[in-house]
Design a protein around this ligand. Structure first.
Ligand SMILES: [Zn+2]
Length: 372
């Protein structure tokens, strides 16, 4: 297969990708650049080409109704793939979705095991719930052994046992977090932490987690500390858009919690502008499964742009930088041909990310207008 046009390309596996014009050949699932700039006869696809995007926060096997079976998992993963998302970090699932790893037509899957929480402190039926918080280190080791180099903790959630005083509160004592993160790292896994609130952030940074999910309660000092420590943040702005509804649902029984959520909703754009303008390494995630649809990453990215980020940076973060953070290859001579051919230049207009001519996974066209 011959591709021509502009590609976000790196000259070798380590160099920084740049946009270059040229012609490429895809053979046996791998890509290489052809010399010379003329478009040979028989070019299959022409356009602007980016490495496959990554959704680092989605849930394969979670539907609006709860845990979902294999048929639904296939639909979810296809929706992601067809939108140009060719790698997924499953950020916690109550089902075994490892079957995907043997399927060439499915995106690359990186599993983070199950959510680890305390009783009553997460969505019912989703998490491994620990009666004794002191068991967190050994549970993370157990999750690490069954996952793909990541584990997931729920760091804060409403504590309904406090009745009208209930608020978003941390689940774990700080000293337990320190031991737990060390144990996970010792078992070869990085740690992603669900965190909406402001109050849970300091202990997570102190404990050395690798990725803060949502992060909508982080203040500027905490963001600066995350930069200093090299902690990633996955903003999930689509999910924060739902906070007004969460606040309304809780308003009668849990007024304090409702106020916390409503405040974050009211400040969400201002907060996103601060976070997105910072130096922190951002990761693209939708939280799909449950509340968000799979295949909605470009909607999340459109919000990043709306909150002030230049399209060029959005494209870099959603493609090669996210891939690098997840330990995946981007496009260089001999690399796997996981890429998206777009009709127009996404640096000019991010909307082009929604118009794939061809989505190539392992060198095969799996979606796009040229296929249908
Ligand atoms: Zn999630």
């Amino acid at each position: 297969m011959i591709l021509s046009g502009w590609m976000l390309w790196r000259e070798d596996a380590r160099s920084r990708p740049t946009w270059v014009e040229g012609t490429w050949e895809v053979r046996d699932g791998r890509i290489d650049r052809l010399q010379g700039r003329s478009v040979p006869a028989g070019t299959d696809h022409t356009g602007w080409m980016v490495p496959g995007m990554v959704d680092v926060h989605c849930h394969i096997g979670v539907g609006a109704e709860g845990p979902a079976g294999t048929a639904r998992q296939v639909q979810q993963a296809r929706a992601d793939r067809d939108s140009g998302v060719l790698a997924l970090r499953d950020c916690g699932a109550p089902v075994d979705n490892s079957w995907m790893k043997g399927r060439r037509d499915m995106p690359v899957l990186i599993r983070a095991g199950r959510h680890v929480a305390r009783p009553g402190r997460y969505i019912r039926g989703m998490a491994v719930e620990l009666e004794d918080p002191g068991e967190l280190p050994q549970e993370l080791v157990r999750q690490a052994h069954g996952s793909d180099g990541w584990v997931k903790i729920v760091a804060d959630w409403i504590d309904r046992s406090r009745g009208a005083e209930a608020d978003l509160d941390p689940l774990w004592p700080p000293e337990v977090l320190v031991d737990a993160v060390a144990a996970a790292h010792g078992a070869g896994a990085r740690v992603a932490a669900h965190c909406f609130s402001h109050t849970a952030v300091d202990a997570l940074l102190e404990a050395g987690v690798d990725d803060i999910e949502h992060g909508c309660g982080m203040d500027e000092d905490q963001v600066a500390e995350a930069v200093r420590r090299g902690v990633h943040v996955t903003p999930t702005l689509l999910q924060v858009e739902l906070f007004e509804g969460f606040a309304r649902q809780g308003a009668r029984r849990y007024p304090r919690y409702a106020r916390t959520m409503a405040d974050m909703y009211a400040r969400r754009r201002e907060h996103a502008e601060m976070l997105l303008a910072s130096e922190v390494h951002l990761l693209p995630g939708t939280d799909a499964g449950g509340y968000q649809d799979h295949g909605s990453l470009t909607r999340e990215l459109a919000l990043w742009h709306r909150c002030g980020m230049e399209p060029t940076r959005v494209v870099d973060l959603a493609t090669w930088q996210a891939r690098e953070a997840m330990g995946l290859d981007s496009l260089y001579p001999g690399a796997p041909a996981d890429l998206v051919v777009l009709e127009g230049d996404p640096r000019e207009d991010l909307c082009h990310l929604d118009h794939a001519r061809a989505v190539l996974l392992r060198g095969e066209v799996v979606a796009g207008s040229a296929r249908s």
